[in-house]
Design a protein around this ligand. Structure first.
Ligand code: GDP
Ligand code: CA
Length: 307
């Protein structure tokens, strides 16, 4: 069975780790978010691609929930001592990846090609594709003004309420090589439990990707990132409340109107399954606290359309 998984950062990365436990890793293609990418200290950082890369390579720091295990912070300490930019935390091991990526991009290599090379070097068999090789950046409109995504998310601690989201460059962005093929060749499409607005939104804003999902001939299953109407981490619940009017499964499904056939929701949200229309609810425990839980959630998502 071939699977295409559309995926953001940490929530998405946890989920795809479960998916490759139950499906042959080579048969999975991950389409990742680049709307969060940024230039920091002269380097091109792709936080969401790297979350997936580290997860699939077994290099993630599971306690901290982001970045690499056994990380050290000597370089950032030097940056701080020299009065450089330190708002975006970059560990030493992580920095090595950004150095190689940045040089490759400056030499004209597309992001998809350098991402493939990094994945191969780290022994990852699953294909990891950026949604696009073109410049696509998320901006967040708030009562305090519009901010580039990471300025709002990291520097301002995503405290400002969100009134709207803009994906700069999305109109001109083309899918990266392999993305449309992965969607067209999949037996099943999965939308990871990622933030619908700022993690999957930028991917779905690429018109050809959205169109490919709309005209799919195979099932597409989304997993809700909410448990009991609350995000496990991050601002997804606040964004849904303000932008969609609530945090029930129907508001999550509403973010994917026309794109999904089933929505996997947590048991704690099972009392509130109205308004889903054609979208079939699948109720299970969705907290991915360990490898077993990740695998069970992946099995539920894969099984959502078998029954
Ligand atoms: P980011 O780009 O690093 O913010 O990552 P994502 O957008 O991929 O993931 C963030 C989302 O993952 C949040 O909305 C969380 O609620 C969700 N999430 C994280 N862990 C879990 C989990 O164990 N279960 C579920 N259902 N969602 C989770
Ligand atoms: Ca992200």
């Amino acid at each position: 069975m071939k699977v295409a998984a559309v995926c953001g950062g940490v929530g998405g990365a946890r989920f795809v780790r479960g998916v490759v436990d139950v499906v042959e890793p080579r048969d999975v293609t991950v389409v990742g978010n680049v709307g969060d990418d940024l230039e920091v200290l002269g380097m091109h950082v792709s936080p969401d691609l790297d979350s997936v890369l580290y997860a699939l390579a077994g290099l993630s720091d599971e306690q901290r929930g982001w970045g690499r295990a056994d990380e050290t912070w000597a370089a950032l300490g030097t940056v701080a001592a020299l009065g450089g930019e330190t708002w975006f935390l970059l560990g030493d091991r992580d920095l090595g990846v950004h150095l190689v990526r940045t040089q490759a991009l400056r030499d004209g290599e597309p992001l998809s090609a350098v991402t493939r090379r990094l994945a191969e070097r780290l022994g990852v068999e699953t294909a990891l594709l950026p949604a696009t090789d073109d410049r696509l950046r998320t901006f967040v409109a708030t009562p305090a003004g519009e901010f580039p995504f990471q300025e709002w998310f990291v520097a301002r601690g995503h405290r400002d309420e969100v009134d709207g989201i803009r994906f700069d460059g999305a109109d001109a962005a083309r899918p990266a090589p392999g993305v449309l093929e992965a969607i067209a060749g999949a037996d099943l499409i999965l939308l990871a439990p990622s933030n619908p607005y700022v993690s999957l939104g930028p991917i779905l804003a690429v018109a050809e990707i959205r169109a490919a999902l709309e005209r799919r001939t195979v099932p597409c299953v989304a997993v809700s990132p909410l448990i009991g109407g609350r995000a496990v981490k991050g601002p997804a619940d606040r964004m849904l409340t303000r932008l969609a009017g609530g945090t029930s499964p129907r508001q999550v499904a509403g973010c994917y109107a026309g794109l999904i056939d089933a929505l996997v929701v947590d048991e704690s949200d099972a009392h509130d399954l109205g308004g889903l229309g054609d979208v079939r609810p699948v109720v299970t425990r969705t907290l991915m606290r360990d490898a077993d839980a990740r695998r069970r959630l992946a099995e539920a998502a894969l099984g959502a359309v078998r029954a």
